[in-house]
Ligand binder design. Sequence first.
Ligand code: BTN
Length: 326
Amino acid sequence: MKTEILQLLRESGEYISGQEICNRFGVSRTAIWKVMNQLKEEGYAVEAVPNKGYKLTCIPDVLSESEIKSRLHTKWLGQEVLCLLKEDSTNNRVKKMAEQGAEKGLLVIAEEQTAGKGRRGNSWSSPAGTSIFMSVLLRPDFLPEKASMLTLLAAMAVAKGIKEETGLEAKIKWPNDVVVNGKKICGILTEMSAEMDYINHVVVGIGINANMEELPAAIRETATSLLIEKKQLVSRASLLVKVIEHLERYYEIFIETEDLSRLHEEYNSQLVNRNVQVRVLDPKGDYTGYARGINAFGELLVEKDTGGLEKVYAGEVSVRGMYGYV
Ligand code: BTN
């Protein structure tokens, strides 16, 4: 009921009488008073004025189950939410829960990660309270070789969510980094448990540098945060919910064809390295060329400087800008 009352107060933005809340949810005045106290304890400011009712005057930047659920309009993604103060890694937590039978759509969020994981065995800086660290559980019934495309969907969802929430021009650096003003703002780590021809589960982990005032020195040259770029705090809950809603929508489009045929044009329109000269770090030998965009299978098409069009598969190679990260 706390979630529903929170949603009502936030969406109305006005005073709502205690009587109206009682009628709407069929509960007593005492029950409502208890919920208001719980909200206050969580950092919300609720004004109670005699003869007018209750009004929400301050929404804290918390990632709590009620805050997320009261904003989320999805069919299945994030319908089960677990918000943790501290966790080693939200990807690990989702993996464990998946092995214990959790259903597809589970969303785990942490305020802080003590062992945040990046791609290729790197760590992911995860200090408390200012970023978004979340992982979702998917149980697709397509072949394992298609799972890498899920990461591209997540990148699209993050870029779109950031644009809507902040107005910043978020772009994608193929395959799955989201960048703002040429610096990385989000990383995505997709992990899978599968047999040769069967996926048990996929965990998509997303880390967004939201309200960090500064980044660790080691990554300051190539990474940034929304606060640094926008010079304004962002509502993490609002952004998180937008990302989840877009991800569900993209996923549903994706599974209709099990490829990116209906999405690659939109992806390409967000691609920061489109028509940009890149260096492809290929174990078989590096080369340079112009990135032209992805095809329906998520491969990057690179027009080689020495001639010919190369299809670059994400798992095998890295793509770098000629003069830096992008
Ligand atoms: C990258 O290296 O770019 C990927 C970073 C992914 C970080 C996120 S934060 C939430 C989830 N939990 C983790 O341990 N990692 C991912």
